[in-house]
Design a protein around this ligand. Structure first.
Ligand SMILES: Cc1ncc(COP(=O)(O)O)c(C=O)c1O
Length: 223
């Protein structure tokens, strides 16, 4: 089917054939009552105006705190965090911001289905770089290096990975960083599930805006 996503195609087929749908993950748990209460409270309290372009400042501040708590990384909420409606839009926004027609992006495979499309929609060329089981599906510096050309602009990594579940170790992360530094490449790190491999930030517990919104915040863009 042209002009649609693999999710639409597979979900339609599953429905047509009355089959179990393994093509798309649907949450099988209810929404957090903290989140529903916070959203309900905001609506009842008259929060109906346009949000600032970069996102609501208290949300950006609590995310900066979270990043500091988890990674010891100081990120300025005013200039280094932008809120988007989901991960797909964050990736799209990032590529439309940095790519010029013909720029190449090394897209580590496996990755989320929309990522290469976002590169192409921004006029770029998605160059697949495979990660294999012998490195627990972590991309190696050598594989990235072999794909670099004079048109290379960025590397797109995604860990914890969908669908392999791989987490990037420090050893391989340093290899990615070395290639990026050597060729002056931007690294986009698509991390929709960071709390799977990092402890919950106890300091932020009970702060509905941070916790709830973090679930929607799909992309951390690194250096
Ligand atoms: C690795 C990865 N990146 C991006 C996305 C897209 O995120 P969103 O649904 O917030 O657009 C997903 C969604 O499953 C994903 O798994």
């Amino acid at each position: 089917m042209q002009g649609t996503t693999i999710f639409t195609t597979m979900s339609a087929l599953a429905q047509e054939h009355n089959a179990i749908n393994l093509g798309q993950g649907f949450p099988d748990f209810p929404m957090s009552p903290v989140l529903t209460e916070a959203v309900n409270h905001a609506m009842q309290s008259g929060y109906n105006q346009y949000a600032p372009m970069a996102g609501w400042l208290p949300l950006r501040e609590v995310l900066a705190e979270k990043i500091d708590y988890l990674y010891g990384q100081s990120v300025h909420p005013d200039t280094e965090i932008t809120i988007t409606p989901g991960g797909t839009y964050a990736i799209y926004t990032a590529f439309t911001s940095i790519l010029r027609p013909g720029d190449e992006v090394l897209v580590v495979q496996q990755c989320f289905v929309a990522n290469a499309a976002a590169v192409e929609m921004a006029g770029g060329v998605a160059v697949p770089v495979n990660a294999y089981a012998d490195t627990d599906f972590q991309v190696t510096g050598a594989a990235l290096e072999a794909a670099v050309t004079s048109r290379s602009k960025a590397i797109l990594i995604s860990y914890p990975n969908n669908p392999t579940g791989a987490v990037l170790s420090r050893e391989y992360l340093l290899e990615v960083a070395a290639v990026a530094e050597r060729h002056d490449l931007v690294v986009l790190s698509d991390e929709p599930l960071p709390d799977l491999h990092a402890p919950a930030p106890a300091a932020l517990e009970g702060r509905a805006a941070g916790d709830g919104a973090a679930d929607f915040f799909g992309l951390d863009i690194g250096w």
